[in-house]
Design a protein around this ligand. Structure first.
Ligand code: ADP
Ligand code: ZN
Length: 714
């Protein structure tokens, strides 16, 4: 019998797929024939048994399929032709696009319709949405055979690792630790000596030298004969962590990034499995790494939203890491300058060991943060101001001194909306309820949906009333870049956002150019706020601190506070003191005011009171259920039905149901969305009730997305 965790080839329907043994025996669905395994691919477990058990926990807790979960735990290439369900996305081929553009006579009317839709949606559409547009399965099949369309799995397209690691800096050896660092190390070593499950929150201001502490703790773990797992939000964005580990542990450290081929990754996997690696540094999916005996798990920047996977299984890497640490009797260290409300709450109540680092290394001061009230700026300089006088002046001063500048605007594109001044028509995405963002590339203006990638060329007149009065409103990073180039023509300016770093390795290249002093100013989205250590940056400008504040999301203030504190933390990490200039319409908003003072405890006090008052996490647990439908009524009907079935369980007083109501993002990729929340203190009760109801309606299940502990509720 193949062991648990071994890969096997099995028949599913008429296909053969590769799967993973998760249990022996067990129960089978009534009436379904039991079929034999065709071949056993591994004599010994490919996934260690503890990892299989972790996957089972994830599938259960997050209400995801075990197939999706095992798939998330496997390295790419390990389950080619796998049984794992992925979202099928259909896109037009180059051949298909040119056939429709040249009005090829070989196309049927149907085929032309399908290609027209897909030609303006480069990211493709799901089979169900396409069916609605005339692309039945049969039509699609024929078109694939003719080379007009391709079908691919969305999961393989997405790449969690952006670019590769930064080159390793030569090991500067062990540094003389500061008193605070030394104290933290001793506490952690004491906890490691206990050899049991503990959680520590390492709450250290930006630049307090947390990486050095992780290194020291990893060395201590190695002395105990155990391994260390370091999770980072995005490898390319945390050069100081990955390169320090590589420098200290050489080939005994495995770094997981997309620069590796499937084969190389597979080799790494085997090395880790065999115990030839002492430290693994990776992003959230590395929580499933096959380290035989992890004694220390570090979650760096534990508050970061990238730890949450926004597709099935919708797990939070930090929370899964805690469960893994518990199962491995390991110490887990959550590090951050701006801890999540969840983690800080646990530190305050004594559930976690709280280690605070209040000072930067070498007594470097935190950046001075100055607010610029944009209402006053508009009153004095007109409504078109993007970069305030104070910020322009400060940039000028820094450039003159040969220092570097980061400019943050957490919004991509050139402008964020197009509207007609005559009839008021907004350019909305036909598939999603969002306005299209204008991007400019090679002097061409295109309006694009940031959710489904639907793209059109911006016309010169209104498509509804034909008036030539189209206006672009709202501005994004492209516009900021343009303005800076006009203001500072001799400065070397570069932009970092998801649009500018599409090419593989582009991000790494840009970051190393900046580190080498070949770029003076970087403009970017929240990407530039994460974990960088560029000693020559002395000024950080925030063009609009208010971008996320207006969102109908209870974490809006927390996210704003974290982003501002983190980005301000990029300034003054070297010998020169730093400053941050923050432009805002709401200088009195507490998340902005407290970020100015960089006073985390004050923020926590305010925010926890708000969460208590409104009964939001971490005071209660939340489960978000989104029901999708081609028609709004259809989605609403199903949601109402599910809620009705849940109500008796809720009535017994254990949890509350809020909704159903249209989701803030009412339409997405051609489907209407209705959502409802379960809110309560006993997560298991809510989960069990929901599971029971959904089990009874299997046909509806694929139209329902359940998000346990959601990070965003849009
Ligand atoms: P954090 O992650 O807390 O923001 P880092 O770990 O990136 O901080 O450290 C900030 C900078 O200080 C890095 O350049 C690091 O090499 C340096 N550093 C860390 N500890 C020391 C120390 N004890 N002495 C001198 N420099 C240090
Ligand atoms: Zn869209």
């Amino acid at each position: 019998m193949p062991p648990i965790g071994a890969r096997v080839r099995v028949p599913v329907g008429t296909r053969e797929v590769i799967g993973c043994v998760v249990a022996h025996g067990g129960t089978f669905e009534e009436g379904k024939p039991v079929r034999d395994i065709l071949a056993v691919l591994d004599e010994s477990p490919y996934l260690p048994e503890p990892v299989v058990r972790l996957c089972q926990w994830v599938a259960d807790y997050y209400m995801a399929g075990i197939g999706d979960t095992i798939s998330a735990a496997m390295p790419p290439g390990a389950h080619r032709k796998s049984a794992i369900r992925t979202r099928r996305v259909i896109t037009a081929t180059v051949h298909g696009v040119s056939a429709v553009e040249s009005q090829s006579a070989e196309l049927t009317v149907r085929q032309r319709e399908v290609l027209t839709v897909l030609a303006s949606t480069p990211a493709g559409l799901s089979a169900s949405v396409l069916r609605e547009r005339g692309g039945s399965a049969e039509v699609v099949r024929r078109m694939v055979a003719k080379g007009l369309l391709v079908i691919r799995d969305e999961q393989h397209e997405r790449d969690p690792f952006e670019g590769a690691v930064m080159p390793a800096e030569p090991d500067s050896g062990r540094r003389v630790l500061t008193t605070e660092q030394d104290g933290a190390c001793r506490t952690l070593e004491g906890l490691l000596d206990e050899q049991r499950f503990r959680v520590a929150l390492l709450h250290g201001v930006t630049g307090s030298g947390k990486t050095e502490i992780y290194l020291q703790a990893a060395r201590h773990t190695l002395q105990k004969g155990r391994q260390t797992l370091i999770l980072v939000p995005e490898i390319a964005l945390t050069p100081s962590v990955s390169s320090r580990f590589r420098a200290a542990f050489g080939t005994r450290v495995a770094i997981q990034h997309s620069g590796l081929s499937d084969g190389e990754r597979h080799d790494q996997w085997q090395r880790i499995h065999r115990g030839e690696v002492d430290v693994v540094v990776g992003t959230r999916s590395a929580v499933f790494t096959p380290l035989p005996n992890p004694g220390l798990i570090v979650v760096d920047e534990e508050h970061d939203g990238s730890y949450k996977q926004e597709e099935s299984p919708r797990y939070h890497g930090r929370d899964v890491a805690i469960v893994r640490a518990q199962a491995s009797h390991a110490l887990i260290v959550l590090g951050s300058a701006t801890p999540s409300m969840e983690s800080y709450q646990n530190a305050v109540t004594g559930k976690y060991v709280h280690i605070a680092l209040e000072r930067r290394v070498l007594d470097r001061p935190l950046a001075e943060v100055r607010l610029v009230n944009m209402r006053e700026e508009y009153a004095e300089c007109g409504p078109d101001v993007v970069i305030s006088r104070a910020l322009v002046e400060a940039i000028d001063t820094r450039l003159t001194k040969g220092e570097q500048v980061l400019v943050l605007l957490n919004r991509r594109g050139y402008s964020t909306a197009v509207l007609c001044r005559q009839c008021g028509d907004y350019f909305e995405c036909p598939n999603c309820s969002v306005s299209l963002t204008v991007h400019r590339a090679h002097s061409r203006w295109r309006a694009r949906c940031h959710y489904c990638n639907y793209t059109v060329i911006v016309p010169t007149s209104c498509r509804k009333c034909a008036a030539p009065y189209l206006e672009q409103t709202g501005f994004g990073t492209e516009r900021v870049e343009e303005q800076l180039k006009e203001r500072f023509p001799s400065a070397r300016i570069s932009r970092i956002d998801r649009d500018s770093i599409r090419a593989k390795g582009a991000l790494t290249t840009r970051l190393s150019q900046f580190a080498a002093g070949e770029i003076d100013i970087i403009v970017g989205t929240q990407m530039i706020a994460k974990g960088h250590d560029f000693p020559r940056v002395t000024l950080v400008g925030v063009v609009s601190a208010d971008v996320g504040l207006g969102l109908a999301d209870f974490r809006a203030a927390e996210r704003t506070f974290q982003l501002l504190t983190q980005v301000a933390g990029r300034a003054g990490r070297g010998e020169q003191a730093g400053e941050a200039i923050v432009q805002t319409l709401y200088p009195d908003h507490y998340s902005i005011e407290v970020a100015r003072r960089q006073d985390y405890p004050a923020f926590f006090e305010k925010e926890i009171n708000y969460r208590r008052g409104m009964r939001y996490p971490p005071v209660v647990a939340l489960i978000n259920t989104v029901v999708r439908g081609r028609q709004f009524e259809e989605a609403m009907q199903l949601a109402t039905d599910v809620v009705a079935r849940l109500s008796s369980a809720a009535e017994s007083g254990r949890f509350q149901i809020l909704g159903p109501a249209p989701a803030p993002l009412g339409k997405l990729r051609g489907e209407h969305r209705v959502q409802f929340f379960l809110k309560g203190t006993r997560r298991a009760d809510m989960r069990n009730a929901l599971k029971e109801v959904l089990l009874a309606m299997p046909e509806a299940r694929r139209r329902i997305t359940v998000d346990v502990d959601p990070l965003t509720v849009l």
